[in-house]
Design a protein around this ligand. Sequence first.
Ligand code: PGA
Length: 253
Amino acid sequence: MRRPIVVGNWKMNMLISTSNKWVEEFIKTSKLVGSFDLVIAPPFTSLSAVRKSAEGTKIQLAGQNMASELEGAQTGEVSAIMLRDAGCEYVILGHSERRQHYSESDEIINRKILLACENQLNIIFCIGETIEDRNKGQANKVLEGQLLGGLDGLIEDQLNSVCIAYEPIWAIGTGHTANPNQVQDVHSFIRNWCKKSFGKNIAEASRILYGGSVDSQNSPSLMSQPDVDGLLVGGASLRSKSFYDIIKSSFED
Ligand code: PGA
């Protein structure tokens, strides 16, 4: 059985004070009784604050990005070792905002994924097509290219620490969630691709997340799809209440 996972990606939002307040409110109001993984990706500057205020809870931490080198003369970058040191167990890699605004190629993302594996970080590896790709009937081809590039050279052990997050670019921050059937089609395509490329065991164990305008209204029908194992939530994770509403409606027993 694949263990469900919900990830809150705060992006470039939240100061240290608001991060602490978020955790405080969240702990106060949430029951968190189900068996699922709960991961928050605060900005780097809030990582240690969240680590401290979430101590003893089931909240795990993720970095939102990571350098493609381990150390040295890389002004402004944060390495895999530093993320581990700050208490992260996960890192988000290949997010479309990194691909689009910071020109991250499949090769760079692949390098980062390999480094994250070597440093015992679990990876939330994002892929997604544009609306133009979809309208041209090219969505699966684009996704396959991103999977091939990003996961190149990974061996079985390393693949076990990778979750794949399908995030159609046209659904991110737009309020237009992909419909559950569309999402299931793509997730099943991804799982079949994994089966073809890495074998049945890996394919069946791989967690595939959906992201893009997830909220508490649409999350139950997304999570009820057989190949949807989790959610990557941006905007709706910024308020502890709306994030908990998603958890309550889709993850708790
Ligand atoms: P959104 O962002 O939920 O605000 O659409 C999702 C993401 O970019 O991970």
